[in-house]
Design a protein around this ligand. Structure first.
Ligand code: F3S
Length: 787
């Protein structure tokens, strides 16, 4: 037997050995049943089955019941998850869980008059501690009471903390954030879920997931020059598009895998969320071993070495789809604007800029520049932002700094605002010690807090007016309209940190560092050398400040008081939703017929609304305010069918609710794409919504709707979307016979009294039908505990 290895240094009693033993036993059963070579994804997923003997195992069809090893929650989603957990009545969480304070810290890049003209990381952190004091103290006390590890504000971004401390090869984790798959860089099956799923798992219930399909990505060759792991996923996003990974785990393999760092693999897995993938995973290798050792987990590395057979695909394993990428010829990419799958190889980006008529003061990336011009996108770069949970590894920071150093040597600086977001306190302390921070500030950068900041719209931007077209570039992952600064006219592009750094120094999006030149302070032309960075710090990581609060001993936990003031406008204890009354939904109003992209940012906007994540009634005032009304092409303006007046969407919903009129939303493709936030499902439920009827759903959002007792329905014939007028009334028939796989009928009634009918599909299974009947998954769970 091998020495017992704890899952993390914070959980001395939870052993990886036990996880591996259980995984081996389950896999032995599954292998016998399936009798075929398995992919890595299947090994890890099936290795966590609740019932390996009885579970149906058809990829893309069966609903699996799984036993994840841990739960991670960020502060914006943890509030509602903990509020829900509290209402379950359990004394403590049943699996190791953590809370991370990262989303509620606003980033500033210019002097703030209301804060003694301070700005940047330290000032932002202390400001956040003030304005969010109530929420932080709720989360800290709820964590202490229910046995959840609490990472204080300033500790870093959830996915970076998980990679540094908790992820282990072959493990399974769920996280209440859509970029949870980041841990796939350490061979973990890590899936982004809504808070409601986290509540199930913390309550000791199995977690349900439709058996994922597996997309194989074979990597051959080796990257060079300006190409980095980020470019692999920017390329994959271009191939698969924002929907292409839906219902699938993306599994990388091939000799190219060994030619990139563990943190680079994490970047690729992180951004797999942008193609809708359930998660992404890499097979265990030497680079993961090295990262585990460097982060103080040599024991876990030794265990994984011995368990390696189960941490990679079997020879001959079959994929549902196969993509091959030759790293030798992979170019740096710039993706955007407005969607992460609009991929431009660097050599074509300039053309895109020109073709689009975007301002092009930069002189790089020749073909990207053409794209900018051709499309009329603003080519004058207004800001560059590096770091975030996606790209703030030591290697990333080193490569970006190697570019910045060349500028400094030539006597030039960043031409535009440039921000650096370290992913964790450990990264911050380490790059400060190693002099990288100084390079960034000398070149004109502002170091922001170890937090999400501008990545989640928490950017108090002052240099550009709302509505003014402008371009920014970041090393983040998501670039939907208004995502970073709340300005829908901001054209956001994503690229690697080293490309972003080169761009800010040039100040122009059409600059291509692989061929264009810059002018130094002495008037001489300079070319930039390819970036270089060490994978891991030669002097080891510097942990920085201690930012962790461990839960107290069980005996003292019961004495911890969790306070929610009734007068609070940030937090509100939950009232259970009403159970289904057994009747069909009749003559429901159409609150809005949404047109085009309707992501969770459109349904429940982040940015300034993040502060109400723990207060359902207050946050409901943002419901669908970003969705485009098909009837008038406007946002947040719908006609109230009872009064005939145009009003805001949330106000109209409240009006219907007060009058007892049920309502539905009609929507387009991939409705609910983006984040895992269950607020996008809780809000319509709270304001009296009954069903969401769309052409197709993003997976997480569809499940979240079911958890809250809503009916997510899809048109059997997508053309029926066009039949519906916003003023029609819709009845949903046949609810008493709701059964897995069975269609429901919708009857539409037009203003003139004429009617029409169409069929809708639904994906409820038996268990989920019990949620609908009970009024919510939580109601069903509470009833089960009481019984
Ligand atoms: Fe935060 Fe942006 Fe990552 S919001 S968790 S840094 S995707």
């Amino acid at each position: 037997g091998m020495e017992k290895v704890a899952m993390s240094r914070f959980e001395a009693e939870e052993y990886i050995n036990d996880r591996y033993t259980a995984m081996e036993q389950r896999l032995a059963i599954v292998r016998k049943r399936l009798n075929k070579p398995l992919t890595l994804a299947e090994k890890v997923v099936y290795g966590h089955l609740d019932d390996p003997e009885g579970q149906e195992l058809e990829r893309g069809v069966s609903y699996l019941k799984l036993r994840p090893d841990r739960v991670a929650m960020q502060d914006a989603t943890a509030q509602m998850a903990m509020l829900q957990f509290i209402s379950s009545g359990l004394p403590k969480t049943m699996v190791p869980s953590t809370i991370h304070c990262d989303h509620l810290i606003e980033g500033t890049t210019s002097p703030q008059p209301d804060r003694d003209n301070s700005f940047g990381g330290e000032a932002d952190l202390s400001h956040a501690k003030n304005v969010n004091a109530e929420v932080y103290s709720f989360l800290a006390s709820a964590g202490a009471k229910y046995g959840v590890g609490f990472w204080k504000p300033g500790s870093g971004i959830i996915h970076q903390i998980v990679l540094e401390n908790y992820a282990f090869p072959g493990g399974m984790m769920i996280g209440t954030d859509s970029h949870t798959p980041n841990a796939g860089g350490l061979g973990m099956c890590a899936v982004g879920v809504g808070g409601a799923d986290a509540v199930d798992v913390m309550a000791g219930l199995p977690w349900e997931l439709k058996a994922p399909k597996v997309i194989g990505v074979k990597l051959t060759g080796k990257m060079s020059k300006w190409t980095s792991p980020k470019d692999v996923i920017l390329k994959v996003a271009g191939i698969l598009t924002v929907k292409g990974g839906t219902g699938a785990i993306v599994e990388y393999f091939g000799e190219g895998v060994d030619n990139m760092s563990c943190t680079g693999m994490a970047t690729i897995c992180n951004m797999g969320a942008e193609i809708g993938a359930t998660t992404s995973m890499f097979p265990y290798n030497k680079r993961m071993h090295d990262y585990l050792v460097a982060t103080g987990r040599g024991g876990a590395a030794a265990l994984a070495d011995a368990f390696k057979e189960n941490l990679q695909a079997d020879a001959g394993a079959e994929y549902d789809q196969l993509i091959e990428i030759d790293l030798n010829s992979l170019e740096p990419h710039v993706n955007g604007p407005f969607t992460p799958d609009l991929a431009h190889p660097l050599s074509k980006f300039a053309d895109a800029i020109r073709a689009n008529g975007w301002p092009s003061e930069l002189k790089w990336l020749s073909q990207f520049a053409d794209a900018i011009r051709a499309n009329g996108w603003p080519s004058e770069l207004k800001a560059g932002l590096i770091g975030s949970c996606t790209n703030s590894s030591y290697e990333d920071m080193q490569r970006a700094a190697s570019v910045a150093r060349q500028a400094l040597k030539a006597g030039i600086k960043s031409k535009v605002p440039f921000t650096i977001t370290p992913g964790s306190e450990q990264i911050r302390a380490t790059i400060e010690r190693d002099g990288l921070m100084e390079v960034f500030t000398q070149v004109g950068g502002t170091v922001l807090a170890n937090a999400c900041g501008p990545c989640i719209g928490q950017w108090k931007r002052t240099d550009v007016a709302k509505g003014e077209a402008n371009s920014i570039i970041s090393s983040y992952n998501r670039n939907f309209a208004a995502r970073n600064d709340g300005n829908p006219a901001t054209h956001a592009f994503v690229a690697s940190p080293e490309i972003v750094t080169a761009m800010v120094i040039a100040g122009d999006l059409t600059f291509n560092p692989e061929k264009d030149t810059l002018v130094g302070a002495d008037g001489k032309e300079i070319s930039l050398d390819s970036p270089f960075g060490d994978e891991l710090p030669a002097a080891g990581f510097d942990p920085g400040m201690d930012t962790y609060q461990a839960p107290p001993e069980p005996a003292s936990r019961s004495r911890v008081q969790v306070d929610v003031a009734p007068s609070s406008n940030r937090l509100q204890l939950l009232e259970p939703f009403k159970a289904w009354d057994g009747a069909d939904i009749t003559d429901a109003a159409i609150l809005i017929k949404a047109k085009g992209k309707c992501t969770t940012d459109h349904i429940s906007m982040a940015g300034p609304w993040l502060k109400y994540r723990g207060h359902l009634d207050n946050i409901s005032n943002n419901m669908l305010i970003g969705a485009v009304n098909a009837a008038n092409e406007k946002v947040n303006a719908v006609v109230n069918v009872l009064t005939g007046e145009e009003d805001a969407v949330p106000a109209t919903a409240r009006y219907y609710k007060a009058k007892g009129l049920p309502w539905v939303v009609v929507g387009d493709e991939n409705y609910g794409e983006g984040s895992s936030r269950e607020h996008a499902a809780l809000e319509p439920r709270h304001l009296g919504g009954a069903a969401i009827i769309v052409k197709s759903f993003a997976r997480i959002h569809e499940t979240n709707l079911k958890k809250q007792g809503m009916l997510p329905l899809t048109f059997a014939d997508p053309a029926d979307y066009d039949k519906i007028d916003s003023t029609d009334r819709l009845s949903i028939l046949g609810l008493a016979g709701l059964a897995p796989g069975k269609q429901l009928t919708i009857q539409g009634k037009r203003k003139d009294g004429s009617t029409y009918e169409f069929e809708v599909n639904q994906t409820f299974n038996e268990n989920q039908i019990s949620w609908f009947k009970a009024g919510s998954a939580l109601n069903a769970m509470a009833a089960a505990f009481a019984a």
